[in-house]
Design a protein around this ligand. Structure first.
Ligand code: TXA
Ligand code: MG
Length: 340
């Protein structure tokens, strides 16, 4: 049931009072706090179990002033805001002097975005008369799968007294986190794509005439750029379609319980989710599928690897990170499984 104006207004008052409010965006659900209230921002870190030096994104209402939050703003940032906001693009810019340290994990930059989900927009407009900023990471425990429904958020945090409300906005349309482009070192390094997402590097280049590069070692840290992230508790492996068919046969013979996320026809397994074979459709349903398969009581989750081309960059990035921490376990399960 989508949150009505009364619930949204109550959420805005709770944010103003320093509480946390989870809210839907078009990418994933966020766990929000008043970006200008360091104690409220600290409560986000505590609730998520997130290290203090990981900066959070500031969400602003449509038409909000970039100049309030950011300094040394290049014209490219204004062009990208004009082209893609409200929408799933986060820009990293130099932070204005009045922005608290807590928001940016002590860095001299700030991540800023204007989301397009109508509930998010109404919340941002109701909060501090539309002039505030809501600091919000994805509403999941640190390192876990991002939530794309209000129920996912409730599953993640239970009855956490720090969270005053979880605003419902249905299932997030995009399904994976926003594209992050770093423009804070534009003159020396050009634009840098810190996290791939629904808005592609090509469509950014079409607006600013410069192709964002992939990050080098000096790029600002983004927790979404940690190798192991977005991970379920059950071990995850990605395999191409042909290899997967053989693996399934082998695991089936050994009585292993497999949870399968796929888009091609494959043999029946313990539990499965079939996803659309398009990057948009796959991304939209991916996190719900990972959560469902994580809860299926399987020994491992196998994912049919999507194509490697550019349109799948965001999906492949999230899948690689979801699988990263479990490569050893999965290798053991598949290769040391006795065959009878
Ligand atoms: O789609 C999204 O971006 C969602 C929704 C809720 O807006 N938010 C989200 O937040 O994914 P989070 O905190 O889970 O991921 C934000 C990423 C982190 O990897 C963080 O390190 C990076 O953005 N980030 C934020 N501010 C930054 C900064 N100043 N410099 C570098 N990276 C930054
Ligand atoms: Mg996150």
């Amino acid at each position: 049931m989508e949150a009505g104006q009364a619930a949204i207004d109550a959420g805005a008052r709770a944010l103003e009072a320093g509480s946390l409010v989870a809210f839907p965006t078009e990418t994933v659900y966020g766990l929000g706090a008043d970006a200008e209230n360091p104690a409220a921002v600290a409560a986000i870190y505590a609730a998520k179990g997130r290290p203090q030096d990981h900066p959070v994104i500031v969400h602003v209402a449509p038409g909000a002033s970039l100049d309030y939050w950011c300094a040394d703003i290049p014209s490219e940032a204004r062009q990208l805001a004009e082209a893609f906001w409200p929408g799933p693009l986060t820009m990293i810019l130099k932070r204005a002097a009045n922005i608290p340290d807590a928001v940016s994990g002590g860095q001299d930059t700030v991540g800023i975005r204007c989301p397009s989900h109508p509930v998010a927009i109404r919340l941002l407009q109701a909060f501090k008369g539309g002039q505030g900023g809501v600091a919000a990471p994805s509403a999941n425990k640190f390192g876990h799968v991002s939530p794309t429904t209000a129920q996912h958020v409730r599953d993640e945090f239970g009855a956490d007294p720090r969270i005053a409300a979880v605003l419902d906005g249905g299932q997030s349309e995009v399904g994976i986190e926003s594209t992050i482009v770093d423009l804070s070192r534009l003159t020396t390094h050009g634009p840098v794509l810190l996290r791939p997402g629904h808005i592609s590097a090509e469509s950014i280049a079409a607006v600013i005439d410069q192709m964002p590069a992939r990050p080098d070692a000096a790029a600002p840290r983004a927790s979404g750029t940690l190798e192991s992230h977005y991970a379920p508790h059950t071990p995850v492996a990605m395999q191409d379609t042909a290899t997967l068919a053989l693996t399934l046969e082998r695991l089936h013979g050994a009585g292993r319980k497999v949870a399968l996320i796929h888009y091609s026809p494959l043999p029946a397994v313990h539990a499965e989710v079939a996803l659309p074979a398009t990057p948009e459709g796959f991304a939209h349903a991916l996190y719900a599928a990972l959560r469902a398969m994580d809860g299926a009581g399987a020994d491992l989750i196998l994912v049919e690897a999507p194509p490697q081309d550019g349109a799948w960059l965001g999906v492949n990035d999230r899948l690689r990170r979801a699988a990263h921490g479990s490569s050893g376990i999965v290798h053991g399960l598949i290769n040391n499984t006795p065959t009878f």
